[in-house]
Design a protein around this ligand. Sequence first.
Ligand code: DON
Length: 574
Amino acid sequence: MKRPLLLSLFILTAFVTSCKNEKPREKHYGLIADKGMVVSAREEASRIGVEIMKKGGNAFDALIATDMALNVTYPFAGSIGGGGFMVYRKADGEIGALDYREKAPLAASRDMYLDENGAPIDSLSRQGGLAVGVPGSIAGMYAIHDKLGSLPMEEILQPVIELAQKGFVITDNQLGRFQRLAETFEKVNGKRILFSEGFLKNDSLTAKKSGDTLKNPKLAETFRRLAANGKAEFYEGETGQKLVAFMQSKGGILTLEDLKAYEAVWRKPIVSNYKGLKVIGMPPPSSGGVCLAQILKMIEPYDLAAYGHNTEKSIQVITEAERRAYADRSFYLGDPDFNDIPIDKLTSASYASERMENFSFEHATPSVEIEHGAIPGYESMETTHYSIIDQYGNAIAVTTTLNGAYGSKLYADELGFFLNNEMDDFSVKPGSPNMFGLIGAEANAVEPGKRMLSSMTPTIVEKDGKLWMSVGTPGGSTIITSVLQTLLNVSAYDMTMQEAVDAPRFHHQWLPDNVIFEPQSFDAKLLESLTAKGYSTVQEKSVILGKVDGILVMPSGKLEGGADHRGDDTAVGF
Ligand code: DON
């Protein structure tokens, strides 16, 4: 699929040169629309969401259509076998957050991923039956529809059923992924599946190319049954029963009791203030809202705009704040239904300034010297994002995931979707890193019925009391830092939404004690200077930090979309 011309024209060097000559720089905008917009990982999904709004549907109807369409076109992360989070702001200013994160099955136990010597067996929490948490997405979609939707569910699902039936176009990015993983799909599933057929090296007769169409009639049938029977279809009806039988045939522990017990939960968003902006984020079991609020509070006293975008001083301040927030994440955060989390303290300005007391521009603070902060009285004991704003002024930010690419790689072929490997987001052994190198503690240990900690950071921002931005990204542990930089790119560094999304990013997460930089985007001298100060800088050829999608409300009231060129992401508006 071709990138919009506007994106191809984006040349960062021109931006730097114009800054040096102090001429007003030419800004590069993404798609601009008058009424409503969807920015998601796939054009078809964005388009289906917009069509729903054009029929008079609101952002919540469009959310359901877009989400379900991503299941068809973006099985890499598309969510029906996984879970996610939604943050919303209604036109009247009401805000809220929905948690439809997966849960550990009731038969899960703390040491289920350890060998007889107590060492983690990584493959168990990452591939196959035991890696799968109880899926939450369908419960999420129905909870959203019941509370906030306006069109009938059958009408919302109709274009999605047609899309699954007619098929989607395979992009270059997708072709590469299917080809790389086809053998693994067959190994994990013990047979050929829809997404290995024609993608294996020796499938020369049936070989698929980019531009070919892939149909998923089984998924179309699943959607048809959902449209007819509602939420119960997934959690106790034919779909649920087939899912449980499939999981049990693959060594999983998911039961019908787990499905029946699953409920999405409305939660209170994390609200923080940063230099006049009101940032509305996802609360635990995501760490996104808390960490973003903490980092923003820690960097607030520093004049990033004066330091400049991606300069040494800006990188230092942001990295050191990230280091401290991620150390706290590892210790304090987990499922709020199982842990007492000191959110107010963690996100307060006084705590932020205590945490930054030992920061110096002279040298890096080694991560070994940073522990979680002391809070008196505290008793310890491949993802995708889309943003939508509708013609009525409602806004949503949704991040949804199967965790790794195609989750556990288990594909329920009777039902047409992949199952998550979200169990790896638990600390399978407190202190041992998960697939994103994140270390967790007791708060995020495996327990039956518990939700695993997430980094997903769907975020909505208000400026001067009005809707200003909806933003988020996939990227595991790099989600929080990618959302942070995108927000700062617009607010501190005066970029458009598209420029903010496209700008090169860096990442730090306390442990491992590295700062990762996207390739070919940071000056060698800058990296040398940071290294001399004690930062361990890492730049690898293929590293991509996030695939951010966002919408900005411009001063004129028009909407500007930022769709990340790192993927096939596309803004569609009207
Ligand atoms: O919830 C989380 O934090 C992870 N399961 C997200 C995984 C992810 O973003 C993978 N995509 N690149």
